[in-house]
Design a protein. Structure first.
Ligand SMILES: Nc1ncnc2c1ncn2[C@@H]1O[C@H](COP(=O)(O)OP(=O)(O)OP(=O)(O)O)[C@@H](O)[C@H]1O
Ligand SMILES: [Mg+2]
Length: 368
């Protein structure tokens, strides 16, 4: 069945070619092309070695797509498929002393700490934790950003009550703002259905590029809501992003803890320090009787943290208030900063900061 949008988009790209003359449409290089509201997202497969030669094509594609009726903006992402492909083939006859290409400027240079929030499995409260910890950090006077790298199920827009799309300023996207946080979601750029079939390195390169294409400004901490699990996408992200550390979110059940352990092992493998474990849905606070019930058992994450020698940041109860606040796009730490949950997240943020503090203290937080 024909998709009229796709036909229109492909028609706009019809006369564009790859550097070797192959027409782009039909080359098998289009990993995703779609209309999302009045924005077009296009992903072109490439290798890091080849990517610079595709800059002109990328600009031309953006220009063509932007002129289409009903389209206000277009974003073209170059994504690399495999790390092996990323290596340029050895050049025969190249002298050993050939000058190395100048290292690229770190697009995240103005961000002091990039911290991953990860979980071994989905649905344990990773996004809820990311947003509330970010607000807890902001309450300490830090400049904080949140990046929703969970392209399979982006949820930051809902959690932060963000509507609409980020604006572009030249080639850079301006992060959205909510409750004093700067926020960006992969969901704005990549259609989750497209991303579903992407393998790790492709996700990694799309995310790295998105980080570079976002005008974050100076940040003390950027919290990254990782895709759930410990597959190659997560490994590629852990490896390829300049992470100061990772926070692991787990529920108290044994099964969830086994997954959390896998997450910890993965980060340790790539030398990313674990800044702490958050136990979520630790116990149920009954709205009727006010009693606390340990539905999933108790103390599992704390014991696991002790066993593994990583900091335990705290235990968050399962409460209707927290869920209702999240669903309403008003995270509990913003809605009720002095309530028990708001204070809990701020305490956890302080403990998290303690793991990062040497660096932050040395430079002083960027308070303005
Ligand atoms: N402590 C809590 N008390 C009550 N509800 C919670 C709590 N933590 C999370 N939730 C709810 O559980 C659901 C899943 O949480 P969340 O989206 O944060 O998990 P996730 O790990 O990011 O999930 P996914 O893997 O789908 O991205 C949401 O509806 C959220 O509001
Ligand atoms: Mg999530």
């Amino acid at each position: 069945m024909n998709d009229p949008d796709k036909d229109m988009l492909e028609a706009a790209l019809a006369d564009l070619s790859l550097p070797d003359g192959t027409p782009l449409v039909g080359s098998g290089r289009i990993a995703g092309l779609g209309l999302s509201g009045n924005r077009v997202n296009l992903s072109i497969l490439t290798t890091p070695a080849e990517a610079p030669t595709l800059a002109t094509l990328r600009d031309a594609a953006e220009a063509r797509l932007r002129t289409l009726p009903g389209v206000s903006n277009a974003f073209v992402v170059l994504t690399a498929e495999t790390p092996a492909a990323a290596k340029a083939p050895p050049q025969l006859g190249t002298p050993k002393s050939a000058p190395k290409p100048a290292p690229k400027a770190d697009p995240l240079a103005a961000i002091r700490h990039v911290v991953a929030v990860a979980s071994g499995k989905g649905g344990v409260g990773k996004s809820t934790t990311t947003v509330n910890l970010a607000l807890g950090l902001a309450a300490q006077g830090l400049k904080v950003g949140v990046l929703d790298a969970d392209i399979y199920g982006p949820s930051l827009p809902t959690l932060l009550g963000l509507h609409g799309k980020p604006q572009a300023n030249g080639r850079k996207l301006v992060p959205m703002q909510a409750y004093g946080l700067r926020a960006m979601s992969m969901g704005f750029l990549v259609d989750p259905e497209t991303a579903m079939v992407w393998r790790g390195p492709m996700i990694m390169s799309a995310i790295t590029q998105m980080m570079a294409d976002v005008d974050w400004g100076a940040l003390d901490v950027l919290l990254v809501d990782m895709p759930p699990g410990t597959g190659d996408a997560q490994l590629a992200l852990a490896q390829g992003t300049r992470l100061s550390g990772a926070v692991i979110v787990s529920t108290p059940q044994d099964l969830s803890l086994i997954d959390a352990r896998r997450g910890i092992t993965m980060f340790r493998k790539v030398d990313v320090p674990i800044l702490g474990i958050v136990e979520n849905m630790a116990h149920f606070i009954c709205p009727d009787c006010g009693g606390s019930h340990a539905i999933f058992g108790q103390g599992g994450a704390q014991a696991e943290a002790d066993r593994l020698g990583v900091p335990f940041l705290g235990a968050v109860p399962l409460t209707m208030d927290l869920r209702a606040a999240s669903d309403a796009g008003q995270p509990i730490t913003a809605r009720d900063p002095d309530g028990p949950l708001g204070r809990l997240y701020q305490n956890m943020a302080r403990s998290l900061l303690a793991g990062l503090t040497p660096n932050l203290r040395a430079n002083g937080p960027t308070l303005t």
